[in-house]
Design a protein around this ligand. Structure first.
Ligand code: PGA
Length: 256
């Protein structure tokens, strides 16, 4: 299976800054056939960056989109408008869930809309600190996973990527608590078990599962060697070009 290294810029970088970053990243990267490098800049940068990107080297992702294709939805961008501009879209990120109130039903429609528009959704799931402390991690993971996938047909499951991001380990600015590789391993096993019980072992094995939460160039190797982890979703460290390139090179080394 491929390895996915996804940089989520969140609300950072002007269009110009993102373009300069992309220019430097393309210069720094050779073509890696078994590592899919992806960056998710802000929506306004997607159009210009789609003209600039070398798709042999890397791909673009949207950070969010709305599930209706058109209509009276002020301020939204549809998956159909993103079609052709991006290959991936991040769906159900914890910041969308917790700051903007997106629930599993909403996320479920977005995942289906992404698949319908031939954009691979990266479905983010993860428990908060208090859910973990109350022993609810397994329930939260199951609900978010099966909820998010509920409208995807069985024969289209191979068009979805899952990202496990424990909310308590995410921090774009200050040092968050780090998830240990054992903690990641436990939840990734649960994800695959849940997928296996619901969709069969074949579908469970084929679905890429990424990890995200304060990943940097020092811990990327440890997370990438957790069995069942097929890549990383990176926030803060993806904004620092050398860090991001280091992580991509680590992925190439660890996974080959
Ligand atoms: P972080 O963000 O790497 O800054 O913790 C990850 C994410 O939110 O996707």
């Amino acid at each position: 299976m491929k390895t996915y290294i996804v940089g989520n810029f969140k609300l950072n970088f002007t269009v110009g800054e993102a373009s300069i970053y992309l220019h430097k990243l393309l210069k720094a990267l050779p073509v890696y056939r078994d590592v899919d490098v992806v960056i998710a800049p802000s929506t306004v940068a997607l159009q210009p960056l789609s003209l600039q990107v070398d798709r042999h080297k890397m791909k673009l992702a949207a950070q969010n989109a709305f599930y209706r294709d058109y209509g009276a939805y002020t301020g939204e961008t549809s998956f159909s408008q993103l079609r052709g501009l991006v290959d991936y879209v991040i769906v159900g990120h914890s910041e969308r869930r917790h700051i903007f109130g997106e629930d599993d039903k909403f996320v479920q429609k977005k995942v289906a809309a992404a698949v319908r528009n031939k954009i691979t959704p990266i479905l983010c799931i993860g428990e908060t600190e208090s859910e973990r402390s109350f022993g609810e991690t397994a329930d939260v993971i199951r609900d978010q996973l099966l909820g998010g996938l509920a409208d995807v047909a069985d024969d289209e499951l191979d068009k979805v990527i899952v990202a496990y991001e424990p909310v308590w380990a995410i921090s774009s600015t200050k040092a968050a608590k780090l998830a240990t590789p054992d903690e990641v391993s436990e939840v990734v096993k649960l994800i695959r078990k849940t997928l296996g019980e619901t969709y069969g072992n074949d579908a469970a094995e084929k679905m890429p599962v990424l990890f995200g939460g304060s990943v940097n160039s020092s811990n990327a190797g440890a997370y990438l060697t957790v069995p069942g982890v097929n890549g990383l979703l990176i926030g803060g460290s993806s904004l620092i070009l050398n860090e991001f390139v280091d992580i991509i090179e680590t992925a190439k080394r660890v996974k080959s």
